[in-house]
Design a protein around this ligand. Structure first.
Ligand code: LCS
Length: 392
């Protein structure tokens, strides 16, 4: 883009510099593993870092770089970095910030595989972790240790839709000089920009809203230039969870419609929430856009809208929850979220099955909890399907 816009919608379409000689409107897919050097000396200079330019696609690729520039602009951060999955992004950041003996303070509630990764880090590498609900200053402070190297949070939390007050966490983290890492997957940069709230690093499973069409697995990280460079040249380069140029191209395409898609996801989710709340077979609905929700005030403070995910408990057992899912016709039973299709899943036996039952219950993931990723269909059809399955 010749002149950077201040508007999110414009940056989502034009942000970053397209590398193309031919005036192609859409960025080319540089489907190449390596880049040739004119001379041996040029190769030496590229490796030494004294000359800019591409070397090998695990280290950088023009299509991927455009996506990295665009996500950095959209999150309001200095630089972006891409990964082959959300988990590759999470692990690269966590391993870059810690070493054996260090401590991580996490939100009480995390995506199941992030929980699994933290357990593995503890068992294999002695990088220990603890959880805080992050809703009270005393609790956060009491769980910090001299070895705490980062605070790691999801907000909204997968799948309970609890929110964490970013300003509260940042205030404490600054006092103790600890970086705050936020998994912003559920909000997308359109609804929430943690770096603007003072957080240090943002992570996305770009598989979700950023891709938006259920056809790519990918991860993104945004942070300060020096940190991104550190991750790029250590845990990304040497562990190697990189994004393919084609996947970067799909994500660039997805980003163009992120604002319009998110508005529709949010509108549909608000409508479905208002109907779920009134259904006789629904016990509780967890949606931060519901004015009765304890998360509502935080949502108003740090999010543009409440997002497209609703979780709710039905009256009944695990079997009743499974029977409810089995009665659905339009809505697909699937993990993942943020797609055009409405997706539904049972966290206790699917996304969070790896979390031991007592930990799972502490996070609020009961056997009758359902997670709904509200898609872009007409809300009337989504509701008709939910309603008939709930009535059944
Ligand atoms: N962070 C969050 C908050 C997630 O929800 C996920 C995946 C990841 C990170 C990992 O991203 P991935 O490697 O899959 O791109 N969440 C999933 C979910 O809730 N259902 O299926 C995957």
């Amino acid at each position: 883009m010749s002149k950077e816009s201040k508007y999110f919608d414009t940056i989502a379409i034009h942000g970053g510099k397209i590398t193309s000689d031919n005036g192609s409107l859409v960025p080319p897919i540089y489907q190449t593993s390596t880049f040739t050097f004119d001379t041996a000396e040029q190769g030496e200079a590229r490796f030494a870092g004294s000359e800019e330019g591409y070397i090998y696609s695990r280290l950088g690729n023009p299509t991927v770089k455009l996506l990295e520039e665009r996500i950095a602009l959209l999150e309001g951060g200095e630089a972006g970095l891409s990964f082959g999955s959300g988990m590759a992004a999470v692990s690269a950041v966590l391993f870059a910030l810690t070493k054996s003996g260090d401590h991580i303070l996490c939100s009480k509630g995390l995506y199941g595989c992030t929980f699994g990764l933290l357990q593995m880090m503890e068992e294999k590498y002695n990088i220990i972790h603890d959880f805080s609900s992050m809703d009270e200053e005393e609790d956060i402070v009491s769980k910090l240790t001299p070895s705490t190297k980062l605070i790691y949070i999801e907000t909204p939390i997968n799948p309970t839709m609890k929110l964490i007050d970013l300003q509260l966490v940042v205030k404490i983290a600054r006092q103790y000089k600890i970086p705050v890492v936020v998994d912003n997957t559920f909000s997308s940069p359109y609804l929430q920009q943690p770096i603007k709230e003072g957080c240090d690093v943002v992570i996305h499973s770009a598989t979700k809203y950023i891709g938006g069409h259920g056809d790519v697995i990918a991860g993104l990280v945004v942070g300060r230039e020096d940190f991104i460079q550190q991750v790029a040249m250590t845990t990304k380069k040497d562990i190697g969870g990189v994004m393919s140029p084609f996947d970067a191209w799909l994500l660039l395409r997805g980003l163009k419609t992120l604002p319009v898609r998110m508005d529709r996801h949010c509108d549909n989710a608000e409508k479905i929430t208002s109907l779920l709340i009134k259904h006789k077979n629904v016990e509780n609905v967890f949606y931060p856009g519901d004015v009765e929700s304890p998360a509502y005030e935080i949502m108003k403070k740090q999010m543009k809208k409440a997002g497209g995910i609703i979780s709710f408990t039905i009256k009944g057992t695990k079997k009743d929850a499974q029977n409810f899912l089995n009665r659905l016709k339009l809505i697909k039973i699937a993990v993942s979220l943020g797609d055009a299709e409405t997706l539904i899943q049972h966290p206790a036996t699917m996304t969070h099955a790896v979390v031991p039952e007592d930990e799972r219950l502490k996070m609020g993931i009961t056997d009758n909890l359902i997670r709904l990723s509200v898609g872009l269909e007409a809300w009337e059809d989504i509701w008709e399907d939910l309603n008939q399955a709930l009535d059944g």
